[in-house]
Design a protein around this ligand. Structure first.
Ligand code: C2E
Ligand code: MG
Ligand code: MG
Ligand code: MG
Length: 271
C-alpha cells in the first residue's frame, strides 16, 4: 500500500518512476543499435594459477561505449538486454569476438582459456547452442579453450532444462563454470547432477578473508566440495596478497582479481 505522505509523496514517486522508465526505454532503443554501430567492446581479466601465478586464462567482460553517456558497465545494460530480447544479439557478438581473440592468442602459441559470461535468459534459449557452435566454427578456436560462465541462480531457475543445456554444451567440448557461486540457492543434491567443470567462488566471500573467520570456513567448504565433485575452483575479486595466501592455503586452484590485474584491452595484456 502506497503511503501518501503530505500529499506530494506519491506524485514525486510517480514522476521519478516515469523518469527512470523513460531513461530505460531510451537506453533500450540505443542498445538496439549498439552492435551494428560497433559500440560494444571487450576487456579481458587474467585468471592466474594459485601456484606460480602464471596466466592460464582470461575472462571476457563486455562494455558499452555509449555515444552520450560514455562508458557503461555490463550491470547497466545486460539486464536490459535480457528483458528486451536483445541479449541474443549482444551475446552472439560477445561470443564471436571472444572466440576470435582466443584464436589469435592460440595462433601466437599461447595456451589460454577464454571465459565468456552467459546471461540467465541466454542460457534458457535453445539457440545458445547454435550461437556457440557458430562462434567456434567461425573462429577456429578449439572448443576446450572456451569456458562458458553461468551464474548459480540461472542454473537453479529450472534445473531440468539446465541439465539438458549443460549436457548439450559439454557434448560440443566446451567447459562450463558456475559463476558467483554461493550467492544463489543451490541445492547440493542438484550440484552433483550438473556437468560442471569449474566453480567460481563469489567475491563477497573473498572480500573479508583474513578478517572474517566464517568466510574462511565457507571458502574451505566450497573448495572441498568442488574437489570431491572433481571440479576446479577460481576465486573472484582477489584484491590483496593476504587474501591470495588464505585462498592458496585452502587449496583454491585459480585466482582472479585486481591484485593480479584489472580487466583491460586485449592488446594491453602482458601474456
Ligand atoms: P562476473 O562475471 O562475476 O565478473 C566479475 C566482475 O568482477 C567484473 O565486473 C570484474 O571487473 C569485477 N572484478 C574483477 N576483479 C575484481 C576485484 O578484485 N574486486 C572487485 N571488487 N571486482 C572485481 P564487470 O566487468 O563490471 O561485470 C559485472 C558482471 O556483468 C559480470 O560479473 C557478469 O555477470 C556480467 N557480464 C560481464 N560481461 C558480460 C557478458 O559479456 N555477457 C553477460 N551476459 N554478462 C556479462
Ligand atoms: Mg563471470
Ligand atoms: Mg562472478
Ligand atoms: Mg557477478
Amino acid at each position: 500500500q502506497v503511503k501518501r505522505s503530505g500529499g506530494n509523496g506519491l506524485r514525486f514517486f510517480e514522476r521519478t518512476m516515469n523518469a527512470a522508465s523513460a531513461e530505460r526505454l531510451a537506453l533500450e532503443a540505443d542498445l538496439r543499435h549498439a552492435v551494428e554501430r560497433s559500440e560494444l567492446f571487450l576487456e579481458y581479466q587474467p585468471v592466474v594459477a594459485a601456484a606460480g601465478a602464471d596466466i592460464r586464462g582470461v575472462e571476457a567482460l563486455v562494455r558499452w561505449r555509449h555515444p552520450h553517456l560514455g562508458r557503461l558497465s555490463p550491470d547497466r545494460f545486460i539486464p536490459l538486454a535480457d528483458e528486451s530480447g536483445l541479449i541474443g544479439e549482444v551475446g552472439a557478438w560477445v561470443l564471436g569476438e571472444a572466440a576470435r581473440q582466443g584464436r589469435l592468442w592460440a595462433d601466437q602459441g599461447l595456451d589460454l582459456r577464454v571465459s565468456v559470461n552467459v546471461s540467465a535468459v541466454q542460457f534458457s534459449q535453445p539457440r545458445l547452442l547454435e550461437t556457440v557452435s557458430r562462434a567456434l566454427h567461425d573462429s577456429g578456436l578449439a572448443p576446450a579453450q572456451l569456458v562458458l560462465e553461468i551464474t548459480e541462480s540461472s542454473l537453479m531457475n529450472d534445473v531440468e532444462s539446465a541439465v539438458g543445456m549443460l549436457r548439450a554444451l559439454k557434448n560440443m567440448g566446451v567447459r562450463v563454470a558456475v559463476d558467483d557461486f554461493g550467492t544463489g540457492y543451490s541445492s547440493l543434491s542438484y550440484l552433483k547432477r550438473l556437468p560442471i567443470d569449474i566453480i567460481k567462488i563469489d567475491k563477497s566471500f573473498v572480500r573479508d578473508l583474513g578478517g572474517d573467520s566464517r568466510d574462511v570456513a565457507i571458502v574451505r567448504a566450497i573448495i572441498a566440495l568442488a574437489g570431491s565433485l572433481g571440479m576446479s575452483t577460481v576465486a573472484e575479486g582477489v584484491e590483496s596478497a593476504a587474501q591470495a595466501d588464505v585462498l592458496r592455503a585452502a587449496g583454491c586452484d585459480f585466482f582472479q582479481g585486481f591484485h593480479f590485474s584489472r580487466p583491460c584491452a586485449a592488446e594491453a595484456l602482458v601474456l
